[in-house]
Design a binder for this molecule. Sequence first.
Ligand SMILES: Cc1cc2nc3c(=O)[nH]c(=O)nc-3n(C[C@H](O)[C@H](O)[C@H](O)COP(=O)(O)O)c2cc1C
Length: 367
Amino acid sequence: MSTTLFTPYTLRSLTIPHRVWMAAMCQYSAAPDGAAAGAPTDWHFAHLAARATGGAGLIVTEATAVSPEGRISPYDLGIFNDTQVAAFRRITSFLKAQGAVPAIQLAHAGRKASTERTWVDHGRQIAPDEPHGWRPVGPSALPFSSASTVPEELTGEQIDGIVRQFADAARRALDAGFQVAEVHGAHGYLIHQFLSPHSNHRTDAYGGSFEGRIRFALEVVDAVRAVWPEELPVFFRISATDWLTENPADDREGWTSQDTVRFAKELQAHGVDLMDVTTGGNVPDATIEVGPGYQVPFAERIRNETGMPVGAVGLITDPHQAQSILTGGGADAVLLGRELLRDPYWPRHAAAELGGRVSSPVQYHLA
Ligand SMILES: Cc1cc2nc3c(=O)[nH]c(=O)nc-3n(C[C@H](O)[C@H](O)[C@H](O)COP(=O)(O)O)c2cc1C
């Protein structure tokens, strides 16, 4: 079934006003330590509020860590204490007042934690003994790249602890006013590290076979779903491929789009309502063929083969392109990243061009 951009979308009991959404984008702008560490600041308020007044139908916060060690950089947002909850509440209530649905991306960076902000030293990893650094964890003691810190291999007990942190984070997110919880299972962060045979060399119940490698992700989803209300949706962000097995010139084994389809069916059975479909991020030297809408075929395949709702993301920049992704059956919604940084009013401009409607602040009606 196809649809158009400016039609509402209902998942469970939540109606999202239209299908142009903002993708999660780290701002690396929280305090790294002190009482307000990890809490949204004026920057986050202004940044997210601008996209709400710009007309985005749903706004996903940047990767928001479930624990201090789960932050990518020391400057990431977190949702592991009540100071953070109070600061988020101000943002969610503003977004809702503008008609935008606030969604939170719950994340743990795993072996890719403890980095500089992207604009400092190209986001290099901070060594555990440097100021603001810590030793990252992962499914196996395998570094992301030859320049990366070797992570500590998680014990079964530590895995249980992280699953509980996701549940606590979801509970806090609900208290903070979020209406969608998105589990970050993509871009080479902890959940993706468990999924992929490239980064998961475990020999216990959390590794080896497909069933073993997806176990941690399913436990996280179950923990989040158990505290997230029945009437509200849970999204899962997936990297549909590591870009290894699909590349005939690369003989390394990775997570594949075939795995993704199989896994999506599991996620659906575990109460996930929508797959937010991206790719890559787990293998620094994988060859990725990038171009306009290059990840849409992965979203479309999940949609076709599982019937599951999907969001498409990646180099979607033009209103007609976005519309044709939906009318062509490629996705149920589009998520925009960088284009919304360039133009917060993109949803409104697209609606004007395509003849759709996006509600605007009453204060701006004379314009
Ligand atoms: C500044 C920046 C920060 C990002 N941070 C995140 C993040 O926190 N979580 C995530 O899943 N993806 C993150 N991404 C990826 C985007 O969500 C999106 O998938 C990607 O930018 C491709 O979409 P685009 O071509 O519309 O920008 C980030 C991208 C940018 C540009």
